[in-house]
Ligand binder design. Structure first.
Ligand SMILES: [Zn+2]
Length: 186
């Protein structure tokens, strides 16, 4: 059993409160590798909780059809085998179905979708801000390192002290590098 963050791989609804769960809704889930398998591919089950009533919904992978099956606590909103029926339905049937679906959907569904979109926008903005803050911190650190390097430079003895002009940091570091390579003699 492992805790994972996942997005609902299909649209479903809670069997307790009929709450509609959109495909892509993010969940904290418990992942479990079951004893079942198909052609050596293990079946993995996921347990999530209904965002509205906290009812446990369990679904698992179906390697045979490369799809998912709801085990308990909910139902898929559109089963793949229903696709064919939907394609065959008449205009009147479709209108009736859409009307029924609209009635069964909670009113705040759209609102929730908007909320989750805004949430992800906020998250990416926060990431950007963190990145900028980190860059700034790095620059400050680099500047501090340069400042510390100047006066504490032990190589200053090796340069001509009669010269009033301070030695640029870059030149001394270059010299240091050369020294370590054995190019410049002491
Ligand atoms: Zn529910």
């Amino acid at each position: 059993m492992k805790n994972v963050r996942l997005m609902a791989p299909f649209a479903m609804h809670c069997s307790e409160c009929q709450h509609f769960i959109y495909k892509g809704t993010k969940f904290n889930a418990r992942k479990r590798i079951t004893d079942e398998s198909y052609l050596d591919i293990a079946v993995i089950s996921f347990t999530i909780r209904c965002p509205r009533c906290a009812n446990e919904i369990v679904f698992k992978t179906d390697p045979k059809t490369s799809d998912y099956i709801v085990v308990s606590g909910g139902a898929r909103n559109l089963e793949p085998w229903r696709q064919k029926e939907l394609e065959d339905e008449t205009v009147e049937e479709r209108l009736a179905r859409l009307h029924e679906e609209a009635k069964s959907k909670p009113k705040d569904a759209l609102e929730e979708l908007e909320k989750s979109t805004n949430q992800s926008k906020l998250e990416s903005q926060r990431d950007r801000e963190l990145l900028v803050a980190k860059k700034k911190a790095d620059m400050v650190q680099a500047a501090a390192a340069r400042a510390a390097l100047g006066p504490a430079q032990s190589d200053l003895k090796t340069v001509d002290l009669k010269r009033a002009r301070p030695v640029p940091v870059l030149a001394t570091t270059m010299k240091k590098k050369k020294k370590s390579l054995g190019i410049v003699k002491k």
